[in-house]
Design a protein around this ligand. Structure first.
Ligand SMILES: C[S@@+](CC[C@H](N)C(=O)[O-])C[C@H]1O[C@@H](n2cnc3c(N)ncnc32)[C@H](O)[C@@H]1O
Length: 203
């Protein structure tokens, strides 16, 4: 998908997930799992392809120290506004997540979140993103990665479990769980997202 064009037309259906109770309940459960047994501040998060920072701001409100990176200016502008309205601090970086080594994101992230970026990349870019994330993540980091299954469809390529394993060879998939994301009926039928959260850790 060309995200620059999508944002310029105000086309961002993934943001509807924020008002879809089953999706919100599931992502909240995933965040709670990473916070279990600890008190805020929980540590640093890198929000990959943060978009308008819906989930980055949510994590900041929960007590994480969040850095969001996105390639599209307009998305970042909306993200800054969202953070300011919510009254939370969040660092925003404009950059390419397949070239993280050139982006000023920092390192040592305890949590890396990707809600919808990796699964639109070809394998070369998936590997580049995997190498970049591995370099900036803390040794005991968790990666939460959302992916549609790989199949022929318009707009989103999707990614298979094997592709995720190849892009993150030093990581281990610990959980695969449905996200409960729902599109409006005609889009659901056309795109068949059937998306899942993959949770990865380094053994
Ligand atoms: C499906 S949207 C998800 C946005 C956000 N994570 C959310 O859940 O609301 C994917 C995001 O990845 C960003 N993106 C796509 N390719 C990128 C790249 N190479 N580097 C950085 N961001 C990218 C897009 O601009 C878009 O904001």
């Amino acid at each position: 998908m060309n995200y620059r064009i999508a944002y310029s037309f105000g086309f961002h259906p993934w943001e509807d997930a924020a008002v879809d109770p089953p999706f919100v309940a599931k992502i909240t459960e995933l965040f709670e799992r990473e916070e279990e047994g600890r008190q805020p501040p929980y540590g640093s998060v890198l929000d990959i392809g943060t978009g308008s920072a819906i989930w980055g701001v949510e994590l900041a409100k929960r007590g994480w120290q969040v850095t969001g990176i996105d390639i599209v200016d307009k998305a970042l502008r909306r993200g800054r506004e969202r953070a300011s309205t919510a009254g939370v601090d969040m660092k925003f970086v404009q950059g390419d997540v397949t070239k993280l080594e050139h982006a000023d994101v920092g390192a040592g992230f305890r949590l890396v979140l990707d809600s919808g970026t990796f699964h639109d990349f070809d394998e070369a870019r998936q590997w580049a993103m995997g190498r970049g994330i591995t370099a900036v993540a803390a040794p005991d980091a968790t990666l939460l990665l959302l992916a549609w299954p790989k199949r022929r469809r318009p707009l989103i390529r999707g990614a298979s479990r094997e592709e995720i394993e190849r892009a993150f060879p030093e990581w281990e998939i610990t959980h695969v769980e449905p996200s409960h994301f729902r599109l409006p009926k005609p889009m659901q039928w056309l795109l068949r997202p059937d998306e899942h959260w993959y949770r990865l850790r380094r053994p």
